[in-house]
Design a protein around this ligand. Structure first.
Ligand code: NAD
Ligand code: DAU
Length: 353
């Protein structure tokens, strides 16, 4: 079994590749352009202690059509799992064109390359799969009630979510038009180790321990549905076994929390862990809201629970505790990736231009 993972140098792709290296005998190709959010240390740590021939890194930008096609032809995958994307909403507000290039054009180039490869190798590859990893943000913003499910109509509201919605539509069109065997998953907010410290949870931990103010956008009442990254990875793997080609599966943690709750929870956990005299909560500052800030996301996970028999292993409390400990123990990594990325935790997403 040969598998091509795109975006494997990122947060979720990295967790997936670590799991594949540890628990399967697949040959793994990791295609990534190596952006500011990428890091290969976590994979290299595992790979160096295992069979080196099972893993190969391909430094490719999906926006480059011919290099993408070469990479697919070279790796000849039985399965493609497509995670590569520009993933930060705030950056999509400042620089939307990057999101169009990577998330829309990149997905189109990968689909075309996959189609050519699949058509050429139908007799050798019995169960080809193109698995597209997407987000709950394509469904827009909920009020205080209701949930997203597989039938919710698309209503993206940021350049990031609009680019992901567009990529979902392209992937689905290749199923209906060319019968390319695809699956789409739309997941809620992930958190856990090795996430680049620009997203809420790692940013708050980093700000607190650096004694810098902790920014909460708007009134802090926005709600996200949090899922520990390894639980997302388990869902992706289980869908390969029991998912139906052409279908969509929503993945969520049934762990809705407001941003204010999350930030205060982390501050309190850090107060206990570090035995701080002054409460980290004193660092919290309510700042100008994110433009077009979606109010609430919530996934109804009944389809994946009933059809795939997946449910998260960790509670939010277990997952966040592990995550905080990991960041406390890996400060050097955080500082290094921030330095390499030229990002020092400053506010982004206020329409720079
Ligand atoms: P990430 O930003 O940590 O990593 C993305 C990786 O994709 C990076 O290594 C980057 O270099 C690579 N990449 C981006 N554009 C590329 C291109 N043009 N060519 C090659 N590589 C490219 O993102 P993540 O949080 O790991 O998210 C992975 C996927 O999961 C994304 O598609 C995202 O939309 C989706 N998703 C993320 C979450 C979340 O909470 N993080 C939730 C649901 C879905
Ligand atoms: O829902 C899935 C999505 O979750 C993924 O598709 C995205 O790739 C991922 O980045 C994430 O998007 P969000 O915008 O929800 O995540 P972020 O961590 O940027 O923000 C979470 C919430 O916290 C959001 O309501 C904005 C708020 N926030 C964020 C930051 C960085 C703050 O209040 N302060 C901050 O400093």
């Amino acid at each position: 079994m040969k598998i091509l993972v795109t975006g494997g140098a990122g947060f979720i792709g990295g967790a997936l590749i670590r799991k594949l290296l540890q628990n399967t005998s697949y040959k793994i190709f990791n295609l990534d352009k190596l952006s500011y959010a990428s890091d290969l240390v976590s994979i290299n740590q595992i790979n160096s202690s295992s069979d080196i021939n099972r893993y190969e890194f391909l430094n490719v930008d999906l926006a480059d059509q011919s290099k993408t096609q070469d990479a697919v032809e070279y790796s000849k995958p039985d399965k493609i799992i497509h995670l590569a994307a520009e993933s930060h909403v705030d950056r999509s507000i400042d620089s939307p064109s990057l999101f169009i290039q990577s998330n829309i054009l990149g997905t189109f180039n990968l689909l075309e390359s996959a189609k050519i490869h699949w058509e050429k190798s139908k007799k050798d590859i019995i169960d080809f799969l193109f698995h597209h990893v997407s987000t709950d943000e394509v469904f827009g913003s909920l009020g205080s009630t209701g949930q997203f499910n597989e039938d919710t109509k698309y209503d993206p509201r940021s350049p990031y979510s609009a680019s992901k919605a567009s990529s979902d539509h392209l992937v689905r069109s290749y199923f209906h038009t060319y019968e390319l065997p695809i699956l789409i998953t739309n997941c809620s907010n992930n958190y856990g180790p090795w996430q680049f410290p620009e997203k809420l949870i790692p940013l708050v931990i980093m700000k607190a321990i650096s004694n810098e103010y902790i920014p909460i956008y708007g009134n802090g009442k926005n709600i996200r549905d949090w899922l520990f990254v390894d639980d997302h990875v388990d869902a992706l793997l289980q869908i390969w076994d029991r998912g139906v080609i052409g279908e969509t599966y929503c993945i969520g943690g049934e762990s809705e929390r407001s941003n204010k709750f999350i930030v205060e929870y982390i501050c309190e956990a850090l107060n206990k862990k570090l035995n701080n005299k002054k409460s980290f909560k004193e660092l919290i500052k309510f700042v100008k809201d994110r433009p077009g800030h979606d109010h609430r996301y919530s996934i109804n996970p009944n389809k994946i629970k009933n059809q795939i028999k997946w449910k998260p292993k960790l509670t939010f409390e277990e997952g966040i505790d592990r995550t905080i400990d990991w960041y406390l123990n890996n400060q050097a990594w955080c500082k290094r990736v921030l330095l390499d990325a030229g990002y020092s935790g400053e506010r982004i997403g206020l329409q720079k231009e």
